[in-house]
Design a protein. Structure first.
Length: 363
């Protein structure tokens, strides 16, 4: 039955024809969509293999506001739509994981201008809930997640085919990642890979589209100062939480009208490091045991007053060596003129270190 439905869908996608649409206006002001998901859990560590009991299934409901290019940044990104998704997953392991929910705002970046056959990249960050978590007495095989509430990162690539003047059929593939950023242990995370089929319907008044691109802005540079804090756990799962402090300075320079690049220095205080050194029978030297310093490169994509940052750094000083020398930070910033609020996820490649919240200022 599933194969028949998939085959019929592919046939409709590539054979259905409609009359030419008016590219001078949007299809509507808003849209709703319902999506069916089918996939599997990615066992990125051997400890997660016992959780791959059966395929994952789910559905999603999304509401979106359609972009007409009113703002300059929208036109720079081919008028991306913004919305919110409510998702449900049967995680494929009834006794160890159960089911999961997710709620996340997202932005859809068009990859081409064709309104009838369009490729879209979706990026979303939000909150998730997992029914069953690690328990040392009766759920010790769940090495994926130690908390019910988690952060969500979602991305997918999809193809849209216009069915009528007000509706679309979509096929996509994507990944939804559940993680608590080591706020609780274990935290190997849950990666849900899916193939998806969706129906979208537009409603509301049609809006005139402004596609005019702005002139290239003069290159500009700013100094950035940032402070942040967080909490984390290390093994054993029943252990205490440790404090995190972060301070950063960087120099960022604009690239065109929609991105910035820069370099900077990080200082980290993490009092779990001395506990790890003690557990490994290393000599303790005091405050310096819990300190790390690094240099990093950064790229920032500016989406209106929101900045999406991707940093890669190299430790210049760290007594704890087991994490390696390379670290990464994924950041969402919300700007208020020259002041901003920020949420960061720090990782060592695919292994989360901690989540931090902070504030900063541009000079």
């Amino acid at each position: 039955m599933s194969f028949r439905l998939f085959a019929i869908t592919i046939f409709l996608l590539f054979t259905h024809q409609i009359s030419a649409t008016d590219s001078d206006s949007t299809i509507g002001k808003y849209s709703w969509s319902i999506r069916r998901d089918h996939g599997f859990l990615i066992a990125h560590r051997p400890a997660l293999v016992p959780l791959q009991e059966k395929h994952i299934s789910g559905f999603e409901i999304s509401l979106a506001k359609i972009s007409s290019g009113k703002n300059e940044w929208e036109r720079e990104f081919l008028n991306p739509n913004r919305g919110i998704t409510f998702a449900y997953f049967d995680l494929g392991s009834p006794d160890k994981l159960g089911y999961g929910f997710a709620v996340y705002p997202y932005i859809d970046f068009p990859l081409n201008k064709n309104s009838d056959n369009k490729f879209i990249f979706r990026y979303g960050i939000g909150l998730g809930w997992v029914e069953k978590t690690f328990n040392s007495s009766d759920n010790f095989k769940n090495a994926a997640i130690g908390s019910h509430f988690n952060g969500i990162i979602h991305f997918d690539l999809r193809y849209e085919k216009r069915l009528s003047k007000l509706s679309l059929l979509e096929i996509s593939t994507g990944i939804t990642h559940y993680s608590n950023g080591s706020y609780s242990i274990p935290n190997l995370g849950i990666n849900v890979a899916t193939l998806n089929l969706a129906y979208t319907r537009y409603f509301g008044e049609r809006l005139a589209i402004n596609s005019a691109r702005s002139d290239l802005k003069p290159k500009s540079s700013n100094w950035i100062a940032y402070i942040g804090a967080g909490l984390k756990k290390i093994y054993p799962p029943e252990g205490k939480q440790y404090n995190i402090g972060v301070i950063s300075f960087s120099r960022m320079t604009s690239i065109g009208n929609k991105s910035n690049w820069g370099i900077g220095i990080d200082g980290f205080y993490d009092n779990s490091l001395s506990a790890r050194l003690k557990n490994s029978n290393s000599e303790l030297k005091g405050f310096s045991d819990d300190v790390r310093a690094g240099i990093f490169g950064a790229i920032e994509v500016s989406v209106g007053k929101t900045g999406l940052l991707f940093n890669m750094g190299h430790y210049l000083y760290s007594r704890w060596k087991e994490d390696g020398n390379i670290y990464h930070r994924i950041c969402v910033r919300q700007y208020f003129e020259n002041f901003f609020l920020c949420m960061n996820l720090k990782t060592h490649y695919a292994r989360a270190d901690f989540v931090e919240f902070g504030m900063g200022k541009k000079f």
